[in-house]
Design a protein around this ligand. Structure first.
Ligand code: AGP
Length: 611
């Protein structure tokens, strides 16, 4: 997510802002910029790190007591100097920084261009500063009123700060759907995405609420709703330590990201579906719709957790789009002299967008004429740039090395892709698609519910934290979930774990089963539940210990399982989005109990950019 810092008071603003941006670096970003107001509006912005911005500004004038800064996590418009924030109005008097997504930016942009505004970036944010300028010019309104009227036209999420040359003693801030905190000092105010840039100056903060705005002057602060109703703000005295704030109050980034999944899954589908009309809109698909509809084969290349998401996609695409799918480890695909033709579509899945093997696999496929569709979480990273088209997961930066919210975001996008192709091929009836979309819309709330089993899962973790081996079993859509659960455990707790298709157990792994072997079985309601119950009985007959993930209300499996974790019921094809949650938590708690570094596990990197 982007990071925002603003300051107005008696001190030099620039050092406070730069240090504040450094405090927000943990949020993940690709560019940074500042605006400083001292008679002149000075804008310095660059793709790259905050340290690159500092070097860029080193010999520039920076003296000012009003200013703002921004670290950008690209959502619209690749990372570049021109797309970095702040953005300014055409008259050069106004500038804005923004965290969030303006969903109706293209219609606003069209209108602003019609009215003669010249755009200097590809971002959604820039439309807002032109809209504010337009309102000011037409109505001669005050700065805060112009901002308020503009925000009434915006659909989407925002945390913004606006400053103006004509209002040198004022900062306007507003939020809806993205966080914003105001630090209340003595004769000075601080604005930031969270308290980490503020806490060293004051512990007195106001958490701005959704659809509220703040008119901040050197000696006064007014908070009102964007419907113009003045609010009486509550000033909190922060107890949190800086370190805790960066993790949003969670002990580790991994836990924070596990708990962000209701939001990241929602953000990954937001603006792309409407269950009432059976609508799916993946813009990256439009240009290649015919190609996908007529595809004789779809190849999927990925690594690690992203490869597991690809396996889920295999079941989804074959089930709903009726196109044969082959899922390949990118590292194997690139060296086995694969048969690829220009008829092929290759879906590349990657959180980082920088995984060397996945990138090389794409280049090979491209060289043989295949069409590449990238599904990534980092805008403007190498894999999207090497792809013909694609869709970004809007999961926000994933800092923990173990991938969690990126996986469920990838599966969300792949679900939409499978259903969209199926719809275009006439392989899914509209009424059925509406049902499926409605079930998907309900997933964020069901993930919230699944997260509520955390304490039970922690107790199970306590029981098995010293196990030497785990077996994870699943069938159908839950086979990739078993693999993902096993990978989560081994990569952060260093316990050996294997994921297996449950029926395959009889072909070898059953020899491993004894009373010391915990067996995690994803045994949720579905077409093959009876089969997996037989597999559970085979394990029990050999004294294996069963930890079962079941659909809430299950009575059958719990009769034979030693431990049961319930998840809400949903469509069978959507179960991976829910069944993965308890497995993430189980791994997390076991790893913590074993004293492991869950955010930076030994030997692992967040992005494997080498072979
Ligand atoms: C998963 O928890 C691991 N961090 C790892 O397997 C990861 O999924 C793999 O390296 C692929 O990374 P990517 O999604 O960034 O391409």
């Amino acid at each position: 997510m982007c990071g925002i810092v603003g300051y107005i008071g008696f001190r030099e603003a620039y050092p406070i802002i730069i240090k504040g941006l450094q405090r927000l670096e943990y949020r993940g970003y690709d560019s940074a910029g500042v605006a400083l107001l001292n008679g002149e509006m000075r804008i310095y912005k660059k793709q790259g790190k905050v340290s690159d911005l500092e070097a860029f500004v080193a010999d520039q004038p920076t003296s000012a007591t009003v200013g703002m800064g921004h670290t950008r996590w690209a959502t619209h418009g690749a990372p570049s100097d021109r797309n970095s924030h702040p953005h300014t109005s055409n008259n050069g008097k106004l500038s804005i920084i923004h965290n969030g997504i303006i969903e109706n930016y293209s219609s606003i942009k069209e209108e602003m261009i019609k009215r003669g505004h010249v755009f200097n970036s590809d971002t959604d944010t820039e439309v807002l500063i032109h809209l504010i300028e337009d309102i000011q010019e037409k109505t001669n309104q005050t700065l805060d009123e112009s901002v308020r009227i503009a925000l009434k036209e915006v659909v989407g999420a925002y945390a913004i700060v606006v400053i103006s040359k004509d209002h040198p003693d004022e900062i306007i801030a507003a939020r809806k759907g993205s966080p914003m905190v105001i630090g209340v000092g003595e004769g000075e105010y601080f604005i930031a995405s969270d308290a980490s840039p503020i806490i060293e100056y004051t512990k007195n903060v106001i958490f701005l609420n959704d659809s509220e705005m703040a008119i901040v002057k050197r000696d006064s602060l007014v908070i009102k709703t964007i419907d113009n109703v003045v609010q009486d703000p509550y000033i909190h005295e922060l107890e949190l330590q800086l370190e805790m704030i960066e993790k949003g109050g969670y002990e580790h980034f991994m836990l924070k990201e596990i708990y962000e999944q209701p939001r990241s899954i929602y953000d990954s589908m937001r603006g792309r579906i409407n269950s009432k009309d059976g609508f799916i809109g993946l813009s990256g698909l439009n240009e290649y719709e015919e190609k996908f509809k007529n595809a004789e084969r779809i190849l999927i290349v990925a690594c690690g957790t992203s490869w597991h998401a690809g396996l889920v996609a295999e079941y989804l695409i074959e089930d709903y789009a009726r196109i044969p799918v082959e899922v390949e480890y990118a590292s194997e695909f690139r060296y086995r002299n694969p048969i690829i033709t220009e008829k092929d579509i290759v879906i590349a899945i990657s959180q980082s967008g920088e995984t060397a093997d996945s990138l090389a696999a794409i280049e090979l496929a491209k060289s043989k004429g295949a069409t590449i569709f990238g599904i990534c979480n980092v805008v403007g990273s190498s894999i999207p740039r090497a792809s013909n088209a694609g869709a970004y997961t809007h999961a926000g930066p994933e800092i923990g090395v173990a991938s969690t919210k990126a996986f469920t975001a990838q599966v969300t996008i792949l679900t939409l892709l499978a259903w969209s192709i199926g719809q275009k091929k006439g392989a899914i009836k509209k009424t059925r698609l509406m049902e499926l979309l409605s079930a998907l819309e309900a997933i964020p709330a069901k993930v919230e519910k699944a997260l509520q089993s955390n304490d039970e899962i922690k107790a199970i973790a306590e029981r098995f934290k010293d196990a030497h081996n785990f077996l994870y079993l699943g069938r159908g859509y839950n086979f990739p979930v078993a693999l993902e659960g096993a990978l989560k455990l081994k990569e952060i707790s260093y316990i050996h774990a294997e994921g297996y298709p449950a029926a395959e157990m009889k072909h070898g792994p059953i020899a491993l089963i004894d009373e010391n072997m915990p067996v995690v079985v994803v045994a949720t309601k579905g077409t093959i539940l009876e089969k997996i119950i037989s597999n559970i009985q085979e394990v029990k007959a050999r004294k294996g210990v069963i930890i079962a993930i079941v659909t809430e209300g299950d009575v059958e499996v719990r009769k034979m399982a030693d431990y049961v974790i319930e998840i809400p019921e949903t469509e069978e094809c959507l179960v991976p989005l829910l069944a993965t949650i308890p497995l993430q938590l189980l791994s997390y708690h076991i790893a913590i109990m074993r004293g492991c570094n869950v955010d930076q596990p030994r030997n692992l990197a967040k992005s494997v950019t080498v072979e």
